[in-house]
Ligand binder design. Sequence first.
Ligand code: ZN
Length: 148
Amino acid sequence: MHLNAHAFAGAAIYATAARLDPASAPVMGAAAIAAFGSHFVLDKVGEPRWSRAQHTLFDGAFMALFAALVAASWQDYGKFMLLGALLANIPDIWDKKFYLSILDPERWPAFDDFFCHRKGYESIKPTASVTVLLSVLLYAGTLVVVVA
Ligand SMILES: [Zn+2]
């Protein structure tokens, strides 16, 4: 699953907890675990067969929207969204070596330390439209959490 989908899911989870009770360690701790755990759920959904440029454009466009939302809501939930997004992307940050393995897989080959990155873990191969729709829905969910 793409960087942006993980970021939106983690941000929505962690910002929801911040809306409930940001001073509660159990609430924020459970949200941190849920944000991290969302990675393994979303990685069940694979990625369409796009070129590297298409993947980069897709992630770049949606992450620009995410950055705008984080900046716009920084005073209230922006920092929680950012932390949730980071938590939800930890397995990819590690296994993809801070995404260097995507830029140049020959020079920086990816790890498969997290089980969700091993062959056979994905069980859904989405089309391009389903991939975009999923990101739109996750972004909308994040928007609802911080704006509503
Ligand atoms: Zn992953």
